[in-house]
Design a protein. Sequence first.
Lengths: 115, 113
Amino acid sequence: AQSVTQLDSQVPVFEEAPVELRCNYSSSVSVYLFWYVQYPNQGLQLLLKYLSGSTLVKGINGFEAEFNKSQTSFHLRKPSVHISDTAEYFCAVSDDGGSNYKLTFGKGTLLTVNP
Amino acid sequence: SQTIHQWPATLVQPVGSPLSLECTVEGTSNPNLYWYRQAAGRGLQLLFYSVGIGQISSEVPQNLSASRPQDRQFILSSKKLLLSDSGFYLCAWSTGIGNQPQHFGDGTRLSIL
C-alpha cells in the first residue's frame, strides 16, 4: 500500500519570498508523483508530474519539484511567490502495481502569500 | 481537447432526500472515471472508480452508489442522504493508459440540512 505525507498543513510566506512545500511518500513499487493546486471552491489543477527521467521537473506558474528516491520525497518549490499563489496544494502518488492508476493524496498544504 | 463537466455546482438537500450528481467527459473515449469526496483538512477520499461502462469499484462502504451508463458519463447517487454526506464532491478522469494524471472537474458543494 502507498501513502503520502505532507509535512506542513499550513505555510504562510510573504510575497516574493521563496517557498518549499514538503511531500514524502511510501510505496513498495515504482511510483509516479504529482502536485496539484486547488483554488477556493474549484477542482484540482495539475501543476507538474514526475513519471521517469530527470528528477527535477518543471511545472506551470513557475513551480518545480525534485524527486529524491533515497529520501522518498517530492518537494515543491518556487523561488518567488505571488499573492495569486495562495491556494491549497496536494501531493499525490500512483504506482504501477496494478492499482488501476488510482491516486493516493496527501492531506494538503495551505499556502498563504501575504503582502 | 478534453473537458470534464460536473453539475450542479452547489446543492442544498434535506436529510433523507435522494441525490444525483452527474459528470461527463468530452474529447476522449474509454476514460477511467473517479468520484472523490473532500472534507476540510482531510484531503481527498476516493469513493468510486470505473474502468468501463457498467464497471464500478467501491473504495469505502457508505450511503452512496455510482453508475456508468455511458462511456463518458459517471453518476453519483443516494436514495436517502445523511448529514454526514455533506462535502465537496469531485469527479475526475484519466486515460487509463500507463501513468497519466487525473484531470478534475470543478466540483459540487453538497450541503445537507
